[in-house]
Design a protein around this ligand. Structure first.
Ligand code: NAP
Length: 248
């Protein structure tokens, strides 16, 4: 039997990168997946791609996680198609890097609104159903820089550290009704977010990683798969680092 047979999952920011990889891995394990992302057409393409590869039903939902009405609609649409929602992955994220002295207030706000407030709004919308169903698994995609800080990323690292606090608070609130909430904290992962690194910078980064290499999106997806399914039934409020040992 597949690990997520009969389960339904909504994944934000899943039209590409880590989110897409999570959606594809979940579908391969039998889950019905809703791909929620900014561009409706990109969501449709990603959903069609997953259905073609796995024959699993996948739907695309264009939405903006920083808008409460969009979050509520995304959950409603997923439930309309699948009948229920078992798993939520808060993966949508952006960067607007700069040194604190040069960082515009609007760049700080934009990153907090998508990365942190977006996850809160999605938790709020999805937990209504999960608490009623007395079951569910929510996974917030944080980052190693939420644990260590990073020069040039005050907004991003604050949003990712905030996600860890959000994870633990929701875990405590939802645990009495059987809803688990965990975070995954990836290190450097090969996606659009990191592909612009120059060779020299990449070599510097790799030298800092005990396992000596940048991680793959599929390696983050495997951690999400573990936290989403029955194998982690007694785990809540935790941060699972997928960082090659970069922070321990
Ligand atoms: P990515 O390739 O840039 O994908 C992020 C996706 O989120 C994009 O499809 C983007 O849409 C979407 N998105 C942005 N704003 C949104 C909004 N307001 N509402 C809905 N969707 C939105 O990034 P990634 O590297 O896969 O990262 C995925 C997550 O992992 C992020 O939370 C990131 O912070 C985290 N992470 C990544 C790394 C890494 O090394 N890559 C490391 C640690 C943590 P558009 O493309 O249309 O803008």
């Amino acid at each position: 039997m597949k690990r997520l047979e009969g389960k339904t999952a909504l994944i934000t920011g899943a039209a590409r990168g880590i989110g897409f990889e999570i959606a594809a891995a979940f579908a391969a394990e039998g889950a019905l997946v809703a791909i929620a992302d900014l561009s409706g057409p990109d969501c449709e393409t990603a959903a069609a791609d997953i259905t073609a590869k796995t024959a699993a039903k996948a739907v695309g939902i264009g939405m903006d996680v920083s808008k409460e009405a969009d979050c509520e609609r995304a959950v409603e649409e997923a439930v309309k198609v699948f009948g229920k929602l078992d798993i939520l992955i808060n993966n949508a994220g952006i960067t607007r890097d700069n040194l604190v002295l040069r960082m515009k207030e609007s760049d700080f706000d934009a990153v907090i609104n998508v990365n942190l407030k977006g996850a809160f709004l999605m938790c709020k919308a999805a937990s209504k159903l999960m608490l009623k169903a007395r079951a569910g698994s929510i996974i917030n995609i944080s980052s190693v820089v939420g644990q260590t800080g990073q020069a040039g990323q005050a907004n991003y690292s604050a949003s990712k550290a905030g996600l860890i606090g959000l994870t633990m608070s929701c875990a405590r609130e939802f645990a009495p009704r059987g809803v688990r909430v965990n975070a995954v904290a990836p290190g450097f992962i090969r996606t659009r977010m990191t592909e612009n690194l120059k060779e020299e910078a990449k070599a510097r980064v790799e030298a800092l990683i005990p396992l000596g290499r940048i991680g793959e999106p599929s390696e983050v997806a495997k951690a999400a798969l573990f936290l989403a399914g029955e194998e982690s039934a007694y785990i809540t409020g935790q941060v699972l680092a997928v960082n090659g040992g970069l922070y321990m």
